[in-house]
Design a protein around this ligand. Structure first.
Ligand code: A2P
Length: 392
């Protein structure tokens, strides 16, 4: 009889195909085909280097198996198989304990897993793949930031014509840059959050918008920022099954973002406005260098406070002290403390990876000043689908 072993797997339903794990794995155990990113059981040595870099937690899946799932089996999955009852199949009850121990060991050190809000709509994922991308046509490319700001952020509108592209607020799509890499292979897609709501940038048109910042030497961001109206773009996705908006109109949203991290929150805000959920509470902390480098500064200021309470904070206004989102959160700690104690509250954090630590510290200070232990509160919210982080 084979000795049961633990196998590292990736949840294809949650994976956003950013390929970060594949690029991180030091032993080349993570590979992809046109549809899925998978782990080769013969190569994985459980070093765990891929676990913290995964933005979704889809990497943190483990099964105890008698025979490891092959690469081909994993490539064919659209969701993960359940844990088999190995103890029962072998008639050995003692195996249950061995399995528990193997699974517990696999989870050691891994972060908590993100869950979708209980009331979120069911997302469609991976409809278009590397092998079978959708072709979108550019309908608009508008600069959102001033030339003087030194930051080139674009509002890009893509039309999908007759091809279905069902995206929910908070989901991303992949854009495949044209051409090939140094090895002559096609480029991997780069991910962008959708910044329009589910019914389209224009209501009931089959289009969507992205918010893209031009990065120096950025292969894909330069391609996207240079697109002209009428150009064709190869698209994969949609991706993302946890960073989704609750549909419960009573849900209170606490949104924290920097720069283009505001993209999903534009979608959230427009959804609530269009679906007339305007009575619900939404509070946003949004950090940028200056007003003219804050994407959607004008339109955002027109959103009434009863829909969205905005705290726009700036780090580089000449003559003014530098302010980060976490600084303003401390100023508004009474509001945040009250929201943290309310089981209807959902927290969404999106933007620079660097802000995560400062924002968590602010949450910790605020929670603990009111006697709420932060880690327990955060983990309970995460388990409940009410704590979501997407940083890059
Ligand atoms: P700064 O760059 O002045 O330090 P960007 O324009 O690069 O997209 O950044 C958006 C905003 O996020 C800027 O105001 C930037 O400030 C700010 N920022 C940079 N690092 C952090 C951090 N660790 N925590 C919070 N905000 C940050």
């Amino acid at each position: 009889m084979n000795k049961p072993l633990k196998q590292h797997l990736i949840d294809p339903e949650i994976c956003i195909r950013c390929y970060t794990c594949e690029m991180t794995c030091p032993v080349g155990a993570i590979v992809h085909d046109d549809s899925n990113v998978v782990v080769d059981a013969a190569k994985c040595d459980f070093c765990m280097d891929c676990i913290p870099v995964c933005p979704t937690g889809s990497i943190d899946e483990w099964r105890v198996v008698n025979t490891p799932y092959s690469l081909d089996e994993q490539f064919s999955w659209s969701d993960l198989p359940a844990q088999e009852d190995i103890g029962a199949s072998t008639g050995l009850e003692a195996l249950d304990d061995a399995m528990e121990a193997l699974l517990a060991e696999a989870h050691q050190g891994a972060g908590g897993k993100s869950r979708a809000p209980a009331s979120a709509s069911k997302p469609t994922v991976n409809l278009y793949t590397l092998g079978k991308p959708a072709t979108a046509r550019v309908q608009g490319n508008y600069r959102l930031t001033s030339a003087e700001s030194g930051s080139d952020v674009r509002h890009i509108i893509l039309d999908f014509g007759g091809q279905p592209m069902p995206v929910l607020e908070g989901q991303s799509i992949g854009i495949i840059p044209p051409g090939t890499d140094a090895d002559g292979k096609p480029h991997l897609p780069r991910l962008y959050s959708v910044s329009s709501p589910r019914d389209g940038e224009r209501p009931n048109y089959n289009n969507l918008s992205l918010t893209v910042k031009r990065e120096e030497n950025g292969l894909c961001s330069n391609h996207v920022c240079d697109l002209a109206i009428g150009d064709e773009v190869q698209v994969t996705g949609p991706f993302g099954a946890t960073f989704l908006m609750p549909q419960d109109p009573e849900a209170r949203l606490l949104l924290v973002c920097t720069g283009t991290g505001s993209a999903p929150f534009r979608g959230f805000t427009m959804r609530r406005q269009r679906a007339a959920m305007a009575g619900a509470d939404m509070v946003m902390f949004f950090g940028a260098r200056t007003p003219d480098s804050l994407p959607y500064f004008g339109p955002l200021n027109k959103v009434p406070d009863r829909v969205l309470k905005k705290h726009l904070v700036f780090s580089r206004i000449p003559g003014a002290p530098k302010e980060y989102v976490q600084d303003r959160m401390m100023v508004e700690q009474e509001t945040i403390a009250e929201m943290l104690a309310d089981p209807r509250t959902h927290i969404f954090i999106c933007g620079l990876r660097g802000m995560e630590q400062g924002v968590e510290l602010a949450f910790r200070n605020i929670a603990e000043s009111t006697g709420l232990p932060w880690e327990t509160t955060r983990d309970a919210m995460r388990d409940d689908g009410r704590y979501h982080v997407e940083t890059y």
